[in-house]
Ligand binder design. Structure first.
Ligand SMILES: Cc1ncc(COP(=O)(O)O)c(C=O)c1O
Length: 406
């Protein structure tokens, strides 16, 4: 369990049941955390915040003084950065960018583009001529560099990589970007996002290998590459929240790496590890169901708002704020067994927030506060999925008086 700080607790207790669930962000804690991360990093390392982790304009504004820029992956995220009022460079990354988004990003003066496929390269080159005339657009191809078995994960294992160009075609890609084929584009360096929930030592080893690969690529092709973006994926340990990413050790390692490569600007783009700790998802117990072998405390809301337990397959750290008195005339449901599973209102196997935890005495009406809920919490991560408009419904009705859509 993690006990929320007093200000967070007081705010949650002041909310009426109709205001639950709520997300509560501790902006002072966010500022302090971001400042300590920034202080741990050498000056020569740039930090861009990955907006997809939490794109609320208030969060972006608080992070403004501590980051060198924002990494966005959709037009909606660009809107959020604009709403935050912070004027900082913006890198456009992310998979499967649409022509409309690229054109819009070009017109909005986005600083760099991470190119994830050869098709995207052709598309960007074509669009740049029309939407950024007279400007050379900075490009960092994202390479799907080989990590043993795929994307490095928090338990040291690996999963299938998700994105990026084939490194075997790297010489061809850099050739296209330097032989005059695409005069509207300027090859700046390399991007690689290879980690997901990885701690400092392993992350540093990744950074070293990405830099070494980039240096070799440049030497082989007789080029000067100026930038290496080593992505995000710094660990947030939901099972052991006290085990935080060691930014001091990481910063020292990056300082050594930067000193060995004075020609390169190193950039990182963390998301989760910056914002997760400063957000809380607050709700209440609606009911307690007594199954044949287990008690279930049903939480108002659930996975519809707090996706991280399902996507990360972990228990979300939680705590209880007891609420007295029980305002109703009927009996108050209570967890009778020593342990219970906390589910959301969908109450399906996908809607489990915490499994089999000590919860004896937990009652309907008690507030439940989930911590580490400042990143990737919603299924529509902070409206980023506005990028994917809701599919429309089309009701086909052969023989009747026509089809309907809404
Ligand atoms: C390219 C890229 N950069 C940065 C991030 C941020 O990752 P995290 O929030 O784990 O630090 C992601 C997340 O998926 C990503 O795909």
């Amino acid at each position: 369990m993690i006990t929320p700080p007093r200000a967070v607790r007081d705010r949650i207790l002041s909310l009426s049941p109709t205001e639950l669930p709520s997300y509560v962000s501790d902006l002072a804690a966010l500022r302090a955390h971001a400042a300590s991360v920034r202080a741990a990093l050498p000056d020569r390392v740039e930090m861009y915040y990955a907006v997809q982790a939490n794109g609320e304009p208030e969060i972006l504004a608080e992070l403004g003084p501590y980051v060198d820029g924002y990494k966005v992956s959709s037009g909606v995220e660009l809107d959020h950065v604009a709403e935050s009022g912070v004027d900082r460079p913006r890198d456009f990354g992310g998979t499967e960018k649409t022509p409309t988004e690229l054109a819009d990003a070009l017109e909005r003066g986005v600083t760099r583009f991470h190119v994830e496929s050869e098709y995207e390269l052709y598309m960007l080159a074509g669009l740049a001529q029309r939407h950024a005339p007279g400007r050379r657009v900075a490009v960092l191809p994202r390479f799907d560099l080989p990590v043993p078995g795929g994307l490095l994960t928090e338990d040291g294992g690996a999963c299938a990589t998700t994105s990026g160009l084939d490194p075997a075609r790297a010489d061809i890609i850099v050739g296209l970007l330097t032989d005059g084929s695409y005069p509207s584009l300027e090859l700046r360096g390399v991007h690689a996002h290879l980690a997901n929930g990885v701690h400092a030592g392993e992350h540093l080893a990744l950074a070293e290998s990405v830099v070494a690969w980039t240096v070799e690529l440049a030497a082989r092709n007789g080029l000067r590459l100026a930038e290496v973006d080593i992505g995000g994926g710094m660990a947030v340990d939901y099972d052991r929240p006290e085990r935080r990413f060691d930014w001091d050790a990481y910063g020292k390692g990056l300082a050594r790496l930067a000193a060995a490569h004075p020609e390169l600007t190193l950039r990182i783009e963390p998301g989760r590890a910056l914002t997760a700790y400063c957000g809380w998802y607050a709700s209440e117990v609606l009911d307690v169901e007594h199954g044949s072998s287990e008690d279930f405390a049903v939480i108002r809301g659930g996975a519809v708002h707090l996706r991280t337990p399902a996507t990360g397959r972990h228990d979300q750290p939680w705590s209880v704020l007891e609420v007295e008195p029980w305002p109703y005339s009927w009996p108050r449901p209570v967890v009778r067994r020593e342990r219970a599973t906390l589910t959301g209102q969908l109450n399906t196997s996908q809607d489990v927030l915490v499994r089999g935890v000590r919860a004896q005495g937990l009652r309907a009406g008690d507030r439940v506060v989930f911590s580490l809920a400042g990143a990737y919490i919603s299924p529509a991560p902070h409206r980023a999925h506005d990028r994917y408009p809701e599919p429309r419904f089309h009701f086909l009705d052969a023989g009747a008086d026509g089809d309907r859509s809404r």
